[in-house]
Design a protein around this ligand. Sequence first.
Ligand code: PEP
Length: 257
Amino acid sequence: MTETVKRPYVVGNWKMHGLLSSLPSILDIDRAAACYAGVDVALALPFTLINPAAITVEHATIGGQNCHAAHEGAFTGDISGRMLMDCGARFVLLGHSERRLGCGEDSATVRAKMRATLDDGLAAILCVGESAEQRDAGLAVTSVQEQLLASLPEDLTPADTITIAYEPIWAIGSGSIPQPAEIAAMHGAIRQTLRNRLGQQAETIRLLYGGSVHDGNAEALLSIADVDGLLVGNASLDPRRFRAVVRAAQQASLQPS
Ligand code: PEP
């Protein structure tokens, strides 16, 4: 098996936060991306900020947090991957637990959105994660593997750019995170699942950890085996804290492996 060295990837998920008056914060984050050039820095923004941010930033990549599975059509209130691409987004988060649980999106829907997104030329960040009940029942790994396989398009090709974000549902916004060994085991299981499905292509896919990441725990999280980057919610809204996470990723990339 050839091991591929991957650039660390740090993605901020702003969720339903931010107004046009937030552009200075986005510029601060863009400066962090310039300063720590060994890290790929991205922001998943609300629709209303995607274009203003995309035409302003020079170093960070701007993306969306959801899109429809159709390219266009009679879907009032929805946005397609093609529209995201058109206004400057270059990736989209899909399958976030807040959409799976809050908007009733099942893995079949996520899979259809993944295919449409990739066809539109966007990269996709697929979010997967177990509930507290699944973890307590000893089903964390199997439920995440099942969710991953059901959400990935059957016909992925090397031209499709995907990232997997492991986000335990119970860790999001709670201040609790899994033990390092639990994260390592989960990322190892995700990598193996990808190998079984995709062969050598699996080695190039970056696996992010997300859920209560902040400037105080980023370095430790990035030292865990098979953690190639971080998905950061709340702490990404504060440019100072997010910058510290990006700096930790740069430092981690300089450590001998
Ligand atoms: C998220 O929901 O994607 C997330 C990472 O949230 P937080 O960092 O706030 O837990």
